[in-house]
Design a protein around this ligand. Structure first.
Ligand code: ADP
Length: 540
């Protein structure tokens, strides 16, 4: 029996075409470094995107070649999201919070050929340039200053493209369109590649009414950096439905976001808990210190994830008419795997119960299968009590890492991704994250590898042993605490240890918040650092 047109591949190029024809009058607003706003219509954006794709092809881009971006959130980054795949390339979003050493290594590992960089980030590029030689560096004149003559200006580059004569490169659904690196528990970060198919399916799932409920009349403010797991899928969703986009550019401080919200009130936003925590505190202070300075956009829905969302944050926003939807996922899961929403069974639930549920990671998204594996290797029942490692599979869950052999510590023999998160599931299918087995600390939405910090600390002449754990932090979600054993008769103050880390390529925010001197690091029966014991010793 013949079925529907199987030769019609799922493709984000379709979203691009659609936006350029159907939504050409809708707006994309970006905040520039000088805080002024620049406006483009989707029609203009569409032409610029096709010009970029055409120019990339003329510059010799071959199918599957990687083009890196080192950019803030703005219209040009959205051009790259669609223009690079339309040219047949793979967009590699570089995380501007990483050190130059890490960025250089990642760019080399991904074999990035071309880089598109914001002019305001050129100093970071110049530091990493020695570690990876891009064939071409295209500089976006984001600040409006002239582009230094040794680089190609983005505007001059796309002016060489032929938007009218360009046809997007034919492709298979499973061909990569983007790659994003995730922090390694030990050693190096690993690349996760997304395909046209995975991106389209993830976008459709994200847009469901129970999730973002994204509509064409929405005004979307993506605060989550576009270098994080393709900004949780929202840029693709906004283009698919033609929703107005408001990009904050480099201005992510609470005052700046509140100012932007007055100018362009969003109906939907997304970001990590740290951002919203500081935003609500600043706003509440302003009510007495500067009454009337800001108004929160009541009715806005906000997707918050990347770290546990405290119930207090959900309550604080709800008091101002803003509902926070918590999501859980990973770069490896595209990233949405669960979202907390009010299920039919909860329609008559008390406010207390609704808050309690909203503070959980949420309900398993369609097309995602999720199970909890207990330490005994059993599948945990959905009793809200039994803990197990979260394992997932599905069409937008990665099946491997870029050029890394598939190993059993990351993927089970029967084909599930091991997330390194520990959780319970209750009878309504709500996931509650309780612990993490991967040795990583998440501070303000960015990873710190405890193992890397430990190794660097143990290279200090006074340190015999060092074990680093996460402690809860109201502002940053988590911060690193280092437990240090000094060599006999030796000592070093925290400032000296942090200076040592910085000289070894760590950023300031990656350095431990606190040091505790201990006599010996507790060890498990197999001789590994017993972090559980340390977490008990230093709960906060
Ligand atoms: P992203 O770029 O989306 O933040 P990462 O791959 O960097 O994705 O981080 C994924 C990890 O972040 C998860 O495995 C988990 O440890 C943590 N995380 C994400 N969302 C939540 C959440 N809602 N609650 C608790 N932890 C979370």
């Amino acid at each position: 029996m013949k079925t529907t047109m199987m030769d019609q591949a799922l493709s984000i190029n379709h979203f691009l075409d659609r936006a350029g024809t159907l939504f050409k009058h809708n707006e994309i607003v970006s905040r520039l470094p000088d805080k002024t706003l620049v406006r483009h219509s989707y029609g203009q954006w569409h032409r610029r995107t096709l010009s970029l794709a055409s120019a990339l092809q003329r510059a010799g881009l071959q199918k599957g070649d990687r083009v890196a971006t080192l950019c803030w959130n703005h219209h040009m980054h959205l051009e790259a999201y669609f223009g690079i795949p339309a040219a047949g390339g793979v967009m590699h979003t570089l995380n501007l919070r990483l050190s130059a050493e890490e960025l250089g290594w990642i760019a080399a590992d991904a074999k990035d050929r071309i880089l598109i960089v914001d002019d305001v980030l050129l100093p970071l590029y110049l530091q990493m340039a020695a570690l990876h030689a891009f064939e071409r560096v295209i500089v976006f004149p984001f600040s409006g200053a002239p582009v230094p003559p040794e680089f190609t200006s983005y505007e001059a580059f796309i002016a060489e493209g032929d938007a009218d004569g360009f046809t997007p490169v034919p492709h298979g659904e499973d061909e990569a369109i983007a790659i994003c690196y995730t922090s390694g528990t030990t050693g190096r970060p690993k690349g996760v590649a997304y395909s046209h198919r995975s991106t389209v399916l993830h976008t459709l799932v994200g847009c469901l009414g129970d999730h973002w409920g994204l509509r064409g009349i929405d005004v979307v403010m993506p605060v989550t950096p576009m270098f994080h797991a393709n900004s949780w899928g929202m840029p693709y969703g906004a283009v698919m439905v033609g929703a107005k986009l408001v990009f904050p550019g480099p201005h992510l401080h609470a005052d700046d976001l509140l100012d932007l919200m007055q100018l362009e009130p969003p109906t939907l936003s997304l970001g990590v808990p740290t951002i919203w925590m500081s935003l609500i505190q600043t706003y509440e202070r302003s009510l007495t210190e500067h009454p009337g300075r800001w108004k929160l956009p009541a009715g806005m829905r906000s997707l918050v994830g990347g770290a546990a969302v405290p119930e207090s944050l959900i309550r604080a926003f709800d008091a101002h008419g803003i509902w926070i939807m918590q999501g859980w996922g990973m770069t490896e899961t595209s990233p949405i795997a669960t979202i907390s929403y009010a299920r039919a069974e909860l329609k008559d639930a008390s406010a207390e119960e609704r808050y309690r549920r909203a503070a959980m990671a949420g309900v398993i998204a369609p097309l995602v299968e999720l199970r909890l594996k207990t330490e005994e290797g059993l599948i945990a029942p959905w009793d809200g009590q039994t803990m197990g490692e979260v394992q997932v599979r599905g069409p937008f869950i990665t099946g491997s890492y870029h050029e890394v052999p598939v190993t059993e510590d990351k993927f089970t023999a029967d084909g599930w991704l091991r997330t390194g998160d520990v959780a319970t599931l209750d009878d309504l299918g709500f996931l509650r994250i309780t612990d993490r087995t991967k040795d990583l600390i998440k501070s303000g939405g960015e990873w710190i590898s405890s193992v890397d910090v430990e190794n660097a600390l143990m290279a200090h002449p006074a340190v015999a042993e060092a074990a680093v754990i996460a402690i809860p932090d109201e502002k940053w979600s988590e911060r690193p605490l280092a437990c240090v054993v000094f060599k006999p008769g030796q000592n070093a103050p925290a400032e000296a240890l942090n200076a040592h880390l910085i000289s070894h390529g760590f950023a300031k925010w990656q350095c431990p918040e606190r040091y505790e001197v201990i006599a010996a690091v507790p060890r498990t029966s197999t001789g590994k650092f017993w972090k559980l014991k340390l977490r008990e010793m230093f709960p906060r």
